[in-house]
Ligand binder design. Structure first.
Ligand SMILES: Nc1ncnc2c1ncn2[C@@H]1O[C@H](COP(=O)(O)OP(=O)(O)OP(=O)(O)O)[C@@H](O)[C@H]1O
Length: 315
């Protein structure tokens, strides 16, 4: 049913180069969270730190009553079994066919028989819509199929937490839309806790229950989707609406002169666009973590931008 991940005061640097500091957030059990941020702000480093591949300088990561950075190798190995990770390129073994790639974690980490492995691999390939592609090598299938194969492999040990590192990178808008639907459907079916790193604003606006934004070495904001999409905090507003006007410039941060010039020229931020409806599972049954549209805004006395939560009118 998914487990909560509680991050407290997490700080990471490489030598003298700080990546981010004092990151505190909770990924609620069974919910989908998205992590955004300009390139190079350390989103991938954050995922690798969560799963124990990198050690933080300071801070805690609480999962199932255990603080990951303090675990010894053996205990860490056990806790890592809670995670499934979809790496950017799917991270498939090029010389193995799709079936063997997906079966790999089962053969490495369990004592299941080949008959049991076949059942699980077929089930997961079916979940991601790849039945029939078992004998293909990763080089013989499209980028979107490789992502889905990577996802099937991330699912085989029935993880409680699934981390997605830019699942939509390199995909066209149609494939991205399919993948987003698949993510919603998988969350409904598995109930696992999802964290997605993405650059795709449409994904960030329509898929998650929660959004976080890393900027300038800090977690600028983390909270419910409606909270960030209605936020007028300049960095959050600029990033989530993909606008040029605001504190973020070409080189991560605009300098003070540029900002002053914008202010002097009377350049003002465009109004907030409507908050879209969240993507629904394709079978029409709600996800356990789903909340009614507009609930957060209503409970917090926030008036959503004009036109929010309307069904899209077909073109
Ligand atoms: N193992 C490492 N050793 C030293 N520096 C590293 C290491 N891994 C990442 N970095 C540095 O940490 C910073 C953050 O990298 P990361 O890949 O996490 O950024 P990102 O936000 O995921 O970027 P993008 O959105 O472009 O994928 C970069 O400056 C990178 O060079």
């Amino acid at each position: 049913m998914g487990v909560e991940v509680r991050v407290v005061g997490l700080t990471k640097s490489f030598g003298r180069q700080p990546v981010w500091s004092n990151v505190t957030l909770t990924l609620p059990a069974g919910e989908i969270s998205v992590l955004l941020g300009p390139s190079g702000t350390g989103k991938s480093v954050f995922l690798k730190t969560l799963v124990g591949l990198l050690k933080p300088d300071r801070g805690q990561i609480w999962i199932d009553g255990k603080n990951l950075p303090k675990l010894n190798e053996r205990a860490l190995y056990k806790t890592r079994r809670l995670f499934g990770v979809l790496f950017q390129d799917g991270a498939l073994f090029g010389s193995m066919n799709i079936y063997d790639n997906v079966a790999f974690p089962l053969r490495e980490h369990t004592r299941r028989t080949e008959a049991e492995i076949r059942r699980v691999v077929t089930e997961k390939l079916d979940m991601v819509g790849l039945v029939g592609a078992e004998r293909k090598l990763p080089g013989e299938i499209s980028g979107g199929m490789r992502k889905r194969a990577g996802l099937a492999r991330a699912l085989v040990l029935d993880p409680e937490i699934i981390l997605f590192d830019e699942p939509d990178s390199g995909l066209d808008p149609v494939r991205t839309a399919y993948l987003n639907q698949l993510i919603i459907d998988l969350n409904q079916q598995t109930g696992a806790t999802f964290l997605i790193v993405t650059h795709d604003i449409n994904t960030a606006r329509t898929v998650p229950d929660n959004i976080g934004l890393i900027y300038h070495g800090q977690l600028a904001m983390f909270g419910p989707r409606e909270m960030l999409l209605s936020s007028t905090e300049p960095v959050v507003r600029q990033f989530l609406n993909a606008q040029r006007v605001g504190p973020i410039g070409m080189a991560e941060e605009k300098d003070a002169d540029e900002l002053k010039a914008e202010a002097d020229a009377g350049v003002s931020l465009p109004p907030l666009p409507p908050i879209p409806l969240q993507l629904q599972p394709s079978d029409g049954r709600p996800r356990a973590a789903e909340r009614p549209a507009g609930q957060w805004c209503a409970e917090n006395g926030v008036t959503p931008p004009e036109g929010s939560f309307r069904e899209e009118v077909p073109v």
